[in-house]
Design a binder for this molecule. Structure first.
Ligand SMILES: [Ca+2]
Length: 519
């Protein structure tokens, strides 16, 4: 890739269609919209005066939230983040109509811990989901429960992956295991992008024919159409499986990418063990296929008159190394693993065509959603409310983001748990016993020069070390949450029984050593 992320990212989005400011002008009696209108300084609207406007309508509607979470979609694989090859016209347009959080991060860059953090607004060691395929405790308070209790209609569509135990067939019964979601069309986890199945309110599987993202989108559209007979505000999340590996895209998308023409990231290493050009072409093709489905959802919002009052929020649970740093998959502290899309569109209150470098991480999503909906976040939530950044009132976000991985996954090239801190300029991560990586992203956006052992970087490392220790103390984290037994390898946590904690598994393994060691 020729342009460094830092330099290239703003350009494609600024080339998108201009944002329509008429709504802001028409709604200028509303305090926020008036500020937005005035600060927008749109010349063509300068002659309008608020006193000539009709009286305001009743209280503005509480916003809807449509939270889209494709799996394993790294931030670097979006056109609006500067990728010269991938085609994401709908996501780019969404970003141009809203605010693009360029620095959006997964605190625990792996599936289940990330999804639990998103729903609870708590770090993984606090909500208990320190490993993949544990079950999220029913007693956890989720943002879906809080919104439901505040009168929202809630819906979950897609890959759930919070129920623990056997991934297949993947039926989650109505009740507390659904964590506050009323409308349900989901499976637990299949990683099968074609011809799979999902469940509604009975244990009878419903087949998915063809590309699963299309079916999830159909189901999301079904939910959206129900707004015509149900005027509650809604919280709908659609959590699609693609572009997670296996890297297999619908052929009509795959055939539009030429692997040899792709601009490889400078930190990509060629190896038969790693995703290569063909895989990256398929990954991009899946992303374009997902992007088209997102386009269908946006068209439905328009058709139903929902777009103005719906917060569309797009991210991913983690990224994918795709051969960068000689690594695959996630769980790693590098940018390709931790950095995820952060696109927020909310036409009623968010002026479009903005980008921000404020640091946003998964733990902040739920408190921010609640604030945008006018609902107080519980004290137990650990994230920061960034609604003021979303609304354009400030650029000030947290001074750093905090990262946690609690144990190894040898099959994915992760050898041990680690903790990390990302500031606007640096990424630092350590194992319990020793520093691991330190990068100056300003000088080295592709993280080619690890400064962890560089004597000249010692002052920076010591400062980051202290700030990381502060994060751990402030959030109640400790190295004692780590585990070393390979509980995530060979499907140990999902082959046999359902476990809420790694300790429960280890106690079970003691009783069942042969099963624990089974390949
Ligand atoms: Ca995942």
């Amino acid at each position: 890739m020729h342009g460094a992320l830092a330099a290239a990212s703003s350009l494609p989005c600024l080339l998108m269609e201009p944002v329509d400011n008429r709504e802001a002008a028409a709604d200028c009696t509303n305090g926020w919209s008036r500020r937005r209108f005035l600060s927008a300084g749109v010349g063509a609207l300068a002659g309008l005066s608020c006193s000539q406007e009709p009286p305001p309508a009743a209280e503005p509607k509480r916003p809807n939230i449509l939270f889209l979470l494709p799996d394993q979609m790294r931030a670097q694989a979006l056109g609006c983040m500067g990728n010269p090859d991938v085609r994401t016209p709908h996501l780019d347009r969404l970003a141009s109509q809203g605010v693009l959080f360029r620095n959006t991060f997964a605190n625990s860059p792996v599936c289940c811990p990330a999804r639990a953090t998103l729903l609870t607004g708590k770090y993984a060691h606090t909500n208990g989901m320190v490993a993949n395929d544990l079950r999220l405790r029913e007693s956890e308070t989720t943002v879906a429960e809080l919104l439901r209790d505040a009168g929202y209609r809630t819906g979950f569509v897609g890959k759930w992956h919070l129920d623990g135990g056997k991934r297949l067939p993947g039926y989650v019964p109505p009740g507390p295991r659904r964590q506050g979601f009323e409308f349900w069309a989901a499976n637990e986890c299949s990683h099968q992008h074609f011809d799979t199945q999902y469940f509604r309110d009975s244990d009878q599987p419903v087949p998915i024919e063809g590309f699963e993202a299309e079916t999830w989108t159909n189901l999301g559209i079904e939910f959206l159409r129900q707004t015509q007979s149900d005027d509650r505000p809604f919280f709908l999340t659609i959590q699609m499986g693609p572009p997670h590996d296996p890297y297999i895209a619908p052929e009509e998308y795959r055939s539009t990418y030429d692997p040899q023409a792709l601009a490889m990231r400078p930190n990509w290493k060629e190896s038969p063990e790693l995703p290569g050009r063909d895989d990256i072409a398929s990954y991009y093709a899946m992303i374009t296929a997902v992007d088209d489905q997102i386009g269908r959802l946006m068209a439905t919002l328009d058709e139903l008159g929902l777009a103005e009052d719906t917060i569309v929020w797009v991210s991913s649970d983690h990224g994918d190394m795709m051969g960068s740093q000689g690594m695959r998959l996630k769980r790693k502290p590098w940018e390709e693993s931790i950095r995820v899309p952060g696109i927020v569109r909310y036409p009623r209150k968010v002026l479009g065509a903005r980008t921000t470098d404020a640091l946003l991480s998964h733990v902040d999503f739920a408190p921010t959603w609640l604030a945008l909906c006018g609902i107080e976040a519980p004290q137990a939530m650990q994230g920061t409310d960034l609604s003021a950044v979303v609304l354009g009132q400030t650029e000030q976000g947290p001074d750093s983001a905090f990262f946690q991985i609690f144990g190894p996954y040898h099959a994915g090239g992760a050898v041990a748990g680690w903790r990390g801190i990302r500031t606007a300029r640096h990424m630092y991560a350590r194992y319990e016993k020793e520093p691991w990586v330190l990068y100056d992203l300003q000088e080295d956006p592709y993280e080619l020069n690890n400064l962890a052992a560089d004597p000249a970087a010692a002052p920076v490392r010591e400062e980051l070390e202290q700030r990381l220790a502060d994060w751990m103390e402030r959030t109640g984290d400790s190295w004692s949450f780590n585990w070393t037994h390979p509980v995530e390898d060979n499907g140990r946590l999902y082959k046999h029984e359902t476990f809420y904690t790694v300790e429960e598994y280890l106690a079970w393994a003691k009783q069942n050593p042969r099963l624990d060691q089974a390949p």
